[in-house]
Design a protein around this ligand. Structure first.
Ligand code: SOE
Length: 383
């Protein structure tokens, strides 16, 4: 089991070097110059294709590369295993790494189905008893504007939250000739827009309101049923778009929309919260801005005001540049790693979300699928 020794750098192994692997690599590189915290060593980048992973390790600045994650997770000089693979590999790697005594950071969603997620939570419980951390990477919790929004809700500035909305819209599948990939196959991705980006939207609703989902109605659509594959047209086996309404345990109602076919929307996570004392709005395409309406002032003076979330007083901003010098998407991953390292060293709070929260979210995703299969009926979740 790995125990934290401030005199020894924490060794990191990253599994996966595509889009998310690159984003995490960037964060492992930038976290130390930006934040105080434990020293780290970017030991090894892992991928199946030797030539590609060797090239990626050089470009992304890892000490070594490897093609077999089984060997890497038992290395004595590796303390943290960061999993950026497609979802169908999360469970096997995370469970093995936790059982080998390592801290684990796993990209969202936790798994491709609830059964896998449950096994991961069991492994996490065993590991947590030994002092290890099993962290789940929902990076948008670390957008400073959204962390600020959470703080405003917690401080009661919205009063009772009546309703919430989160839409995550992308358009990279709007062209019906966009090719097949692992993200479009159920056996590798689980679900489509629902799990990939709808999961962020649902996580934000639960994170920002501090409420849990108790009931779900959902619809899924595969708008383009076949796309170009290696051998001609191949069936798409996941959703292109998903819709859900959520009932939350604090009484709020929420709506969620996720689409990869929303023409013109590049990476639009737009969120709104409406409460008895105020309202909030956020759009990821303007990530440094949070819009707040204080409904406790006279109606004649009410209006949404734009908070430029770049002050050193704002969450995570002290680590970066002087006020007004905006930060972006990639920084959310540095914040995530900073929080993980703080939890490991004991300098900060326990890392959230953990695997148990990932399982709870997986149950919401499964409920959307079950509701869609039953023509949109309400699916209730156990508390
Ligand atoms: C692809 O749709 C994707 O990279 C997601 O997998 C990420 O979680 C999201 O942050 C951006 O879009």
């Amino acid at each position: 089991m790995t125990t934290y020794d401030p005199d020894r750098p924490l060794g990191v192994a990253l599994i996966g070097y595509e889009f998310m692997g690159r984003a995490h690599s960037q964060a492992w590189r930038t976290v130390t110059p930006a934040f105080d915290g434990p020293a780290i060593a970017r030991r090894v980048l892992v991928g199946r294709d030797a030539r590609k992973v060797q090239d990626a390790a050089r470009r992304l600045d890892w000490e070594e590369y490897a093609t077999d994650w089984h060997e890497v997770i038992t290395r004595d000089d590796v303390d943290i295993v960061d999993i950026c693979t497609p979802g169908f590999l999360h469970a096997e790697i995370a469970i093995a790494a936790l059982d080998a005594g390592k801290h684990v950071l796993c990209e969202k969603p936790l798994a491709n189905d609830t059964a896998q997620a449950e096994q991961m939570v069991e492994a996490a419980r065993r590991a947590e008893d030994r002092g290890q951390i099993a962290a789940l990477g929902f990076n948008y919790r670390r957008v400073p504007a959204l962390a600020l929004a959470r703080g405003l809700v917690e401080d009661g500035r919205l009063g009772t939250v009546y309703q919430a909305r989160a839409d995550y819209l992308q358009d990279w599948l709007a062209d019906p000739d966009s090719p097949m990939s692992w993200r479009l196959r159920a056996e590798t991705a689980g679900t489509g827009a629902l799990g990939d980006i709808g999961s962020h939207a649902i996580d934000q609703i639960q994170f920002l309101t501090g409420q849990r989902t108790t009931a779900v109605r959902g619809r899924l659509a595969t708008i383009v049923p076949e796309r170009p594959g290696d051998d001609g047209r191949e069936a798409v086996t996941v959703d292109d778009a998903a819709w859900a309404t959520l009932e939350l345990d604090g009484g709020a109602l929420a709506s969620v929309e996720a689409s990869r076919m929303a023409t013109g929307a590049k990476n639009e996570l737009s969120i709104a919260l409406y409460g008895s004392k105020g309202a909030l709005r956020f759009d990821l395409e303007s990530p440094n801005e949070l819009w707040f309406l204080d409904a406790t002032v006279p109606v004649s003076e009410q209006g949404f005001s734009r908070i430029l979330v770049t002050e050193p007083e704002h969450p995570y901003l002290q680590a970066w540049w002087p006020q007004g010098h905006v930060i972006g998407w990639e920084h959310t991953f540095s914040h995530q790693i900073h929080d993980l390292l703080s939890a490991i060293s004991g300098a900060g709070p326990a890392f959230r979300p953990d695997f148990a929260e990932g399982l709870a979210l997986q149950r919401v995703l499964d409920a959307v699928v079950a509701s869609d299969a039953a023509d949109g009926v309400t699916v209730h979740l156990d508390r």
